[in-house]
Design a protein around this ligand. Structure first.
Ligand code: PHE
Length: 343
């Protein structure tokens, strides 16, 4: 009997060691089967029960229960230990090396046309201008007739227009917003700029596009003169180009302004000395402008004797091309990332 009990004791020691050595759930399960399972040595020992006296049966029964409880407790302990180990390994694997360089984030930027438009707007807002907008699909009446260009007037040929019906069109310039604003302001003075798209039936090339952008300016008030126009444009372009700019007027013709001028600004690259950018003239032709024609004021309900006004219209693409020395207008619309990323 002593021998049997001793054997159980040894078996328990052996089980404890084996459990301690198990490195995984699978190994632990094997060990468990080996020391507690149906074909285990433990079961073999317990089979010896049959041939024992009642007293010894009791003793072996108790010793067997004790063995089972202790070995099961060891297994339980090991299960927890393996669990902890697993978590530890997982955490070790998932640690973040904060010293590694981060993956590159690609960042968008503002389109060059949008940048120059916003700069232009900010400069004018600072000077007390309001920003007005009008529709791209416009009435012939606002695009032409109320700008002193009646039907069949030869000046219509200056702008080859996309007509939608005989009365509606894609606006060929932003000047119809002059008419809309004058009608809205009902005879009162004001200062506005209007940025927006314009459309003309041009064949697209390096300097022409059937859709482009203009910024229109209009000031109506008492005693507004050409000198105000010149001073205003000088201030705007000096701020926009970030250096002293000169303005030059050349006589021109627009049906809605009288007198009308073509406006040149001093070449911002050479400052007027002459260089390839200004074709060695020292000047860059940039916009059209003039004093609001009395016919236009009167048609829009303004007393042309009481109020005068100046207007200008500048091509945003042309302005941006000059500022950044871009030589093809199509760059703005063809989504070439190599080009875009420079801004
Ligand atoms: N609307 C004219 C054009 O597109 C430009 C302009 C605007 C001229 C305002 C004079 C006054 O050509």
């Amino acid at each position: 009997m002593e021998k049997i009990l001793k054997e159980l004791e040894n078996l328990q020691e052996e089980a404890k060691l084996a459990i301690g050595k198990a490195k995984s759930d699978v190994e632990l399960n094997d060990v468990k089967a080996q020391y507690l399972g149906k074909k285990s040595k433990y079961q073999e020992v317990m089979q010896l029960m049959r041939g024992l006296s009642v007293d010894d049966k009791k003793k072996l029964g108790m010793a067997g229960n004790d063995y089972k409880m202790k070995v099961e407790a060891e297994v339980e302990k090991k299960v927890l230990e393996l669990e902890k180990q697993k978590i530890k390994e997982k955490l070790a694997k998932e640690t973040i090396d904060v010293t590694l360089p981060a993956p590159k984030l690609s960042k968008g930027s503002i389109h060059p046309l949008m940048q120059v438009k916003e700069e232009f707007e900010d400069i004018c807002i600072e000077m007390g201008y309001e920003v007005e907008e009008g529709p791209d699909v416009e009435w012939d009446k606002y695009n032409f007739e109320m700008l002193n260009v009646p039907k069949d007037h030869p000046a219509r040929d200056m702008q080859d227009t996309f007509y939608i019906t005989s009365e509606t069109l894609l606006r060929s310039h932003t000047s119809p917003v002059q008419v809309r604003t004058m009608l809205k302001k009902k005879g009162k003075p004001f200062k506005i700029i209007c940025p927006g798209a314009a459309y003309r039936r041009d064949n697209d090339d390096a300097t022409h596009s059937h859709q482009f952008s203009q910024i229109e300016g209009l000031v109506v008030g008492k005693d507004i003169t050409m000198a105000d126009l010149k001073g205003t444009l000088t201030t705007i372009f000096t701020k926009l180009f970030g250096k002293e700019m000169n303005i030059r007027f050349r006589p021109s013709f627009f049906p809605f302004t009288e007198p009308s001028v073509e406006v040149d600004v001093s070449c911002y690259k050479c400052g007027g000395k002459g260089c390839p950018l200004c074709k060695h003239t020292g000047w860059i032709e940039l916009l059209g402008a003039g004093m609001v024609h009395p016919n236009v004021s009167e048609m829009a309900g303004y007393d042309s004797k009481k109020y005068t006004g100046f207007a200008f219209g500048v091509g945003l693409e042309r302005l941006t091309m000059v500022k950044y020395q871009i030589d093809d207008i199509r760059e703005f619309y063809t989504n070439n990332l190599k080009f875009m990323r420079q801004f």
